[in-house]
Design a protein around this ligand. Sequence first.
Ligand code: GTP
Length: 599
Amino acid sequence: MDNIRNFCIIAHVDHGKSTLADRLLEYTNTIESRRMREQFLDTMDIERERGITIKLVPVRMKYKANDGQEYILNLIDTPGHVDFSYEVSRSLAACEGALLVVDATQGVEAQTLANAYLAVDQGLEIIPVINKIDLPSAQPDEVLRQIEEIIGLDASQALLVSAKEGIGIPEVLEAIVKRIPPPKGDVNAPLQALIFDSVYDNYRGVISYVRLVNGSVKKGQNILFMATRKVYEVEEVGFFIPFMSPSEEIRAGEVGYVIANVKTLFEARVGDTITDANKPTDRPLPGYKHVKPVVFCGLFPVDRDDFPRLREAIEKLQLNDSALTFEPETSEALGFGFRCGFLGLLHMDITVERLKREFDIDLVATAPNVAYEVVLTDGNIIEAHRPSDFPEPTKIEEIREPYIKLTIFLPSDYVGKAMKLCQDRRGEFVSLDYITPERVRLIYNLPLAEFIIDFHDRLKSITRGYASIDYEHIGYKKSDLVKVDILIHGEPVDAFSFICHRDNAYKRALSVIKKLKELIPRQLFEVAIQASIGSRVIARENVKPLRKNVLAKCYGGDVTRKRKLLEKQKEGKEKMKMIGKVQIPQEAFLAFLQADEEE
Ligand SMILES: Nc1nc2c(ncn2[C@@H]2O[C@H](COP(=O)(O)OP(=O)(O)OP(=O)(O)O)[C@@H](O)[C@H]2O)c(=O)[nH]1
């Protein structure tokens, strides 16, 4: 075990994590050059395109160090985005050390800090690596100062590297061997293996990526998954060098994979502990946590006949993504679809994109929303995902909404604007400090609901892209929220109702009914569009009673033109939906579902 080193690389997006990993694989000849492709570790197409890492891939390298000994280095990749921070902390739990990569031209950013703290919490040995020193604008001294002052790490032994040019790579490997401690553990103790990732394979079922803390595991052994209490027989164990390669056994301290004919990811959850069914450990490793989705949206096929295909596709994705949840949903405008739950906006975007791309389904995704907690007057608490889940106002004791602690790093010039944005989004100021005279760290507590409506885009545009953010969920807080119903000609239309803060209710209601007024064609009678909270009407607009005479524009007797227009109007009518006596065009529902209500 003394010759094993388990480590990961943590960094802010784009600071060069994947490039550095590639260089390490190259230098240790882990990948033959003809098989070497750029950024081996980012395997999914979408990851490669967006340049982000989502799924973890562990790799085993052999390295002959300057002391003449051969070491096994297990590199455990970590996802770079906050949505997946739970997976980050799991993969950190599988290591003894971390390379903290910081871009020499950018300095410490929001996720550098967040990831470094996760690593410190896990008690890892952290090796600071200043990357991109080949660039003329590199300021390694300034970055060293930031690492010491902002993160509080000793940076005197930081390594100066250019992953792109291959400068400083042997020093990185030597530092891993010398500074990261070997794993501890007892091969003879009862088996304890942490599942830090699981993937589903069509042919082999679930492949669990494990870090063995104690004991050993081999083919034929009966293993117990402690969270689900299920027992399976091991079919194969092995290592990633870098592709899956079977082996006799995996022993304490090592990182590898276990295949045991498990059919769903729910039975082999990330964070769970595997033990020996015949000689079980008395306690699981810390770390199992059920991850709950926090952002929801409706997904509907554009072509209604695609509904069964959509179900199949979501089920398939779920095989490899146990954080994704779904349930059937019907919408007045969009027909049959699914309400899906995600870990965050990126998780949602990626899922939608994969459905479109890998399964070739045209989709409408509705605007995202969060899950509220509603405390009823009888003391019960229900979870509400959409307006129709909310009971009558008289039955509600209080409503709670999810909050995040948002950290923003940005140039000091933009602080005023960023603070205004946070304030407008009901943010509660926490702190502001200067990292350098030009750079500021700003912290706010913000309702998640306000964040998921284009907060990041707004922030990017007011800071011209110079801000970086990170956030963590800090739980639910009581909030003065109301459900606003929209009534058309006296009939409530579920699809148009929404949840918002009482202070914003009037403004939002007004913008919604104004938009509807434009979208609902005039009918033979006057149509009232009202917004109400419970039985109290808070805003109203009227659509004047005048039949839209499409022929009015056609002076003269061009019969074909008249006929065409009449046909067009008829076609239009088919796309209408009757709500009571009123015809509402499909377009109105779509505009509402996808619209950003705050203009
Ligand atoms: N000049 C220079 N560019 C580098 C260096 N290392 C990485 N880059 C470039 O920086 C960009 C981001 O590098 P990646 O390795 O994809 O960054 P990453 O940290 O893996 O990004 P995520 O996977 O999203 O976390 C790429 O365009 C690299 O070519 C370096 O040492 N010097």
